[in-house]
Design a binder for this molecule. Structure first.
Ligand SMILES: [Mn+2]
Length: 405
């Protein structure tokens, strides 16, 4: 199938999504309204002209997904690959499992769907073991028969080596991406269908919504997988929107234990190396002030994102943790909501491009959390210097406090 690209549109469209919560509240005619951005690229077959088809709602996305799967019989005959970013987190896992269900539900016939991963986090492994989910490693796969590629929870193919490889090898393949990170022109250009929403706190939430709209009768496995994804990405609901509770009510209605089981699955005893990494990060940290904002810079050899989260919880406003490895330098950045409020700086949209202008590598993230994979040899010193340079353009940095403890 030929996918057609014809520029990108950036319309935000207000849609209403009738809420199942209403069913619980008798005669209540309330609805949940939220903004969602869906960009679709498709082939217009009616007049032979190639053009762009744009949708406004999740419902329309679903219609187009159905159209794509059912119209193009060859798609469902070949192998459908569902994959995600490296170090797959519970949201990525939940989204993959939910997406598999949605495709099966639409095709209603035997289809060959394969979940595949580069690697997964410890918590994700725990969830997959409990739910007995089979995922394939890249090495076990032959990509020759792939007819459709679906990527969830990523806006950058550089962090999805499997997807990147498939697209390199098969350029005519249909490619769907569903994601809640920042909108990416690059992805929009490559994708046959691109469902994007940065107002959804997780990709699992987006896919739960699609399942709901598709009137899918949810089962325990999918329910737990998606609930884990939602709980993980919302910080156990600390960043929940009111809409999210409606989604959770749909998921958790399956069984009274869904919520507690999911919570338990997300608990992981921290291993000694992670604890030590956090403590070393604290010992080595350097502190700078940006007016009343506290900036911390440090380095570890592994567990950089865990260390960044730990230091943020101490009260820092911006934390930058650098992990220099043989093959690359990883950088994990976290900001407090106060930092975002005061500076207006969006980590993924503002700081990341600035850093990638100066250092070779790739990165991705959200407004308050970002990660970079840079070429090896980049030190904490130079990264710190570049970040301070960036921040100085926004507000003058105080010189007080460059302490090692
Ligand atoms: Mn996510």
């Amino acid at each position: 199938m030929n996918s057609v690209i014809n520029g990108s549109s950036q319309n935000y469209l207000e849609i209403s999504w009738f809420a199942f919560i209403c069913e619980a509240v008798e005669k209540n005619e309330c609805f949940i309204s939220f903004k969602i951005r869906v960009i679709l690229y498709n082939e217009l077959t009616t007049n032979g002209d190639k053009g762009k088809l744009e949708t406004k709602t999740m419902e329309e996305f679903l219609e187009n997904l159905r159209w794509l799967l059912l119209q193009e019989k060859s798609l469902s005959k070949g192998t459908i690959i569902i994959t995600t970013h490296q170090q797959a987190d519970p949201d990525a896992i939940g989204a993959m499992i939910g997406m598999e269900c949605l495709i099966k539900e639409i095709l209603k016939e035997k289809s060959n769907i394969i979940l595949t991963l580069d690697d997964a986090s410890v918590i994700s492994d725990q969830i997959m073991n409990y739910l007995r989910i089979t995922v394939h490693s890249k090495d076990a796969l032959k990509f020759s028969n792939v007819s459709l590629l679906i990527v969830v929870d990523a806006n950058n193919l550089e962090i999805c080596p499997i997807a990147a490889q498939i697209l390199r090898e098969k350029d005519e393949i249909s490619f769907i991406i569903i994601d809640h990170h920042e909108y990416s022109d690059d992805v929009a250009e490559k994708a046959t269908l691109y469902l994007h929403s940065s107002i959804c706190g997780s990709t699992s939430e987006m896919i739960a919504t699609l399942l709901y709209i598709n009137e899918y009768k949810i089962n325990m496995t999918v329910s737990i997988a998606l609930t884990c994804g939602i709980l993980y990405d919302s910080g156990f609901l600390t960043r929940a929107s009111s809409r999210l509770f409606a989604v959770l009510s749909y998921l958790c209605d399956v069984h009274p234990d869904v919520y507690s089981l999911s919570r338990n699955l997300l608990q992981v005893q921290m291993g000694p190396s992670e604890k030590i990494a956090r403590i070393k990060a604290a010992q080595r940290m350097r502190r700078r002030m940006l007016n009343d904002l506290i900036l911390l810079f440090t380095h570890v050899s592994s567990h950089e994102s865990s260390a960044a989260r730990a230091l943020l919880s101490l009260g820092a406003d911006l934390v930058v943790v650098v992990a220099q490895r043989k093959e690359e330098t990883r950088v994990s950045i976290r900001a407090s909501s106060y930092f975002k409020e005061r500076t207006g700086v969006n980590m993924a949209k503002d700081l990341l491009p600035w850093l990638l202008n100066h250092f070779e590598g790739s990165g991705g993230g959200h407004s308050r959390a970002a990660g970079l994979n840079l070429v090896s040899g980049v030190t904490l010193e130079v990264i710190m210097q570049k970040i301070l340079e960036f921040l100085e353009q926004i507000v003058s940095v105080g010189q007080e406090g460059d302490k090692n403890t």
